[in-house]
Design a protein around this ligand. Structure first.
Ligand SMILES: CC(C)=CCC/C(C)=C/CC/C(C)=C/COP(=O)(O)O
Length: 278
């Protein structure tokens, strides 16, 4: 996937500052092949005529009429994909712009660079290794059947999360923001990609898991929710992710927990699995 910079290099009317080129994709000139194709298409040729000042002259009514003539229904249907395309491009442009604005801890000399070490601690709190190690340790130490069941399922959920996020990142292959410094601790090769945020999926899934399976006092429940939110938010502040990577990560993590509940390994199931091993 080309970087936003490469895709939007060229001209554009957006004034002001560093974020300028991120909006250009909305107004950039179409590729020559596209122009050629449009030129040979009577429908688009008609539409272009109606968009031009001379084409609009003489048409006293709405944009879907050409010279007072109503466009056939099939022509109106063709407008929809371009509307969706424009909406998606606009969302992407807003996402790039907002992510860049919010990446205030992306490096030490960023505006909030001094809190970068703290953000990196938050990053470690949502990393896969401490969670896997913690769940494995609790499983080993647990002397009740209920505790072992919960910890084994948490371990399974964490592995499932790594697999699903890895597959998703490999399929989508969205690059991390250009302002990200790739100085993350212990990553897989797919972690070079940005969508979705693995920290956000893990934070959302683990928060739901802890709230559902641990008996926690109200302040601790609030703390779990704040932690999950902060892990997600810190991904954008550190410049690791775009806002949409984190938003989708939360969504995906929320649904991953439902999957974990569906696949829940019960003691009966575990005993039959252990029995088959012997
Ligand atoms: C035991 C074992 C193989 C653990 C692997 C744990 C591991 C390296 C997880 C990767 C965690 C990570 C860096 C995810 C990337 O998170 P993003 O939020 O940057 O997508």
């Amino acid at each position: 996937m080309p970087s936003p910079k490469a895709r939007s290099s060229g001209s554009g009317p957006c004034p002001g500052g560093n974020g300028r080129y991120e909006f250009l994709s909305l107004s950039r000139a179409p590729a020559p092949q596209l122009l050629q194709r449009q030129g040979s298409d009577p429908t688009t040729a008609r539409l272009r005529a109606s968009e031009s000042p001379s084409g609009r002259r003489g048409s006293g009514s709405s944009t879907s009429s050409t010279g007072g003539q109503q466009l056939p229904e099939e022509d109106c249907m063709r407008l929809n994909p371009s509307f969706v395309g424009i909406a998606l491009r606009s969302l992407l442009a807003i996402d790039l712009w907002l992510s860049k604005r919010l990446g205030v801890c992306a490096c030490e000399d960023s505006s909030w660079g001094s809190v970068r070490p703290l953000m990196k601690l938050v990053e470690i709190s949502g990393h896969g290794i401490p969670w896997l190690a913690g769940a494995a340790y609790c499983l080993y130490k647990s002397d009740s059947a209920a505790g072992q069941e919960v910890m084994l399922n948490l371990l399974t959920a964490l592995v499932l999360d790594l697999v699903l996020v890895g597959v998703m990142k490999a399929v989508v292959q969205r690059r991390r923001p250009a302002h990200n410094r790739m100085d993350m601790f212990a990553t897989f090769s797919v972690d070079g990609y940005s969508f979705p945020s693995g920290h956000a999926t893990r934070a959302a899934m683990c928060a739901r898991f802890l709230l559902a399976h641990l008996v926690l006092a109200a302040p601790l429940r609030v703390l779990v929710l704040l932690w999950a939110t902060f892990v997600g938010f810190s991904r954008v502040l550190l410049g690791r992710h775009h806002v949409t990577d984190v938003a989708f990560g939360f969504f995906m993590g929320y649904w991953q927990y439902n999957l974990v509940e569906m696949l829940w390994l019960s003691p009966v199931m575990l005993q039959s699995m252990i029995g088959r091993l012997h």
